[in-house]
Design a protein around this ligand. Structure first.
Ligand code: GDP
Ligand code: IMO
Ligand code: MG
Length: 436
């Protein structure tokens, strides 16, 4: 049962795009299972940089079918723009498939997201403003539109006639100026439907048939474990389930069909948006890491908050996802940081705590207990074997591995696909899918 889940172990932006692209070579399908265009996944191939928001990170390989699963919320406008940008760069986008069941982000979802955040003021979540929360709310309320509805004018019109009065009333209550009408939205949605029709399919059977044939399927998570709606630091989370379990509901597979859970983490931590971040650095060390690591949001351009690696939250993430192996990214960014501090426990209300409390209230009061590691000076971008790393870097990797409790099988030392150290590595089966 060759399905592998790729999941972020921190607050997102761990380098899942690079990891997915690296592993995708040996797979037939890459399936996004949750989130929407709040995600920003960066791939680098030679000098070329690709920033993906909705399109799965397998798109650069001609043999892969990139799939948007039923658990994703899709803004058709941004999807079409992303496809156009890729096509303009010579990438074949015809293979992309998106689930009939994926929910649609409509302009009123974005307006509600922005209006709510504005109303929350200092208590805001710091969302990406992409309408993610409001779209998932409608899905749960059974009042959302699915991609299949873009092909059915009557269904779309009757759903919009039902929901728009409520949306406009809420927008008014939130003090927003904007209002939405049925006709222009129907027209817009029909145009999206015409454009996306060749890509829409029943994804569950596409994935199940591939698995039945023995093709390898990669499920690409967005965001990260600590942003998970159930398992993150609520309410400073996203509205979907980035954890590995989310790959089952959002990708249309069962738990027994997953044979590997690949955790992705970077050698330090970042967070975008509000919420507790015990190891956050507000000094020159943090600024240096942010600058060298280009820690600026791919989707919103906001600066990412930066901190030292947090072993407490990582142990939790490894447990919650049942991680079987790990890719450690951005080790190169720590060249020149000395000492490198590793948070091994928290102190909360005078007590040492080693189990991550997902309660934001407790986390706000957590101060990190650090173990210090000597740093190294030299750049390591060109290293391709663990044994060629500086001793101090190797010791740090070993410490991260011990603390995580799962093997680090890949170490990334630069953004480019080949800037990767392969360690003990169990190759996946390489099969080419017969076509969607
Ligand atoms: P994602 O959302 O998890 O896919 O991560 P992002 O793409 O938002 O952010 C990761 C950033 O780090 C991107 O700009 C990547 O190109 C870059 N990156 C990934 N791995 C490495 C690495 O090992 N070293 C360096 N220097 N950059 C990396
Ligand atoms: P990738 O896939 C980092 C954060 C937002 C905010 C919270 C809720 O690139 O790792 P939302 O718009 O989802 O309702 O915002 O989640 N967030 C991310 N942070 N990387 C992401 O995606 C994120 N997607 C959402 O900053 O704190
Ligand atoms: Mg990102």
């Amino acid at each position: 049962m060759p399905a592998t889940v790729i999941v972020g172990l921190q607050w997102g932006d761990e380098g899942k795009g690079k990891t997915t692209d690296f592993l995708a070579e040996q797979t037939a399908l890459v399936v996004r299972y949750q989130g929407g265009d709040n995600a920003g996944h960066t791939l680098m191939l030679g000098d070329e940089v690709f920033k993906l928001h909705l399109v799965p990170s397998g798109i650069l390989y001609p043999h892969i079918v990139p799939v948007i699963g039923p658990g994703v919320v899709v803004n058709p406008q941004t999807l079409i723009e992303e496809l156009d940008r890729l096509a303009a760069r010579g990438i074949d986008i015809s293979r992309l498939r998106a689930s009939f069941a994926a929910h649609v982000i409509l302009p009123y979802h974005r307006a509600l997201d922005v209006a709510r955040e504005h109303r929350l003021g200092g208590a805001k979540v710091g969302t990406t403003g992409r309408g993610i929360g409001p779209a998932y709310e409608d899905r749960a309320a059974r009042s959302g539109l699915r991609l299949e509805d873009l092909l059915d004018e009557a269904a779309m019109r009757s759903k919009l006639e039902r929901v728009l009065p409520e949306k406009n009333a809420v927008l008014a209550a939130l003090g927003a100026e904007v209002r939405f009408e049925v006709d222009p939205l129907v027209e817009q949605a029909l145009a999206w439907g015409r454009r996306l029709a060749p890509h829409l399919i029943d994804v569950t059977w596409l994935v199940q048939d591939a698995l039945r044939r023995g093709d390898h399927v990669l499920l690409e998570g967005a965001q990260g474990t600590l942003l998970d709606l159930d398992h993150g630091s609520y309410p400073f989370v996203t509205s979907s389930s980035p954890v590995a379990g989310g790959a089952c509901t959002g990708g249309g597979i069962g738990p027994r069909q997953v044979d590997e859970v690949f955790g992705v983490m970077k050698a330090y931590a970042t967070r975008v948006g509000s919420g507790p971040f015990p190891t956050e650095l507000l000094d020159g060390v943090g600024e240096g890491i942010a600058e060298r690591g280009h820690e600026v949001g791919t989707t919103t351009g906001r600066p990412r908050r930066v901190g030292f690696f947090d072993a407490v939250s990582t142990r939790y993430a490894v447990a919650v996802n049942s991680v079987s192996s790990i890719m450690l990214n951005k080790l190169d960014i720590l060249s020149g940081v000395d000492p490198i501090r590793l948070c091994v426990a928290y102190e909360i209300d005078g007590k040492r705590v080693e189990a991550w409390p997902s309660s934001a209230k407790l986390l706000e009061r957590a101060t990190p207990v650090y173990e210090d590691f000597p740093g190294w000076e030299e750049p390591i971008h060109a290293v391709r074997a663990l044994s060629d790393l500086p001793d101090a870097a190797r010791r740090y990797v070993t410490a991260l591995e011990e603390t995580a409790g799962a093997p680090i099988v890949l170490v990334s030392v630069g953004p480019e696909r080949t800037q990767t150290i392969e360690r003990a590595w169990r190759p996946m089966r390489h099969r080419v899918v017969a076509g969607p």
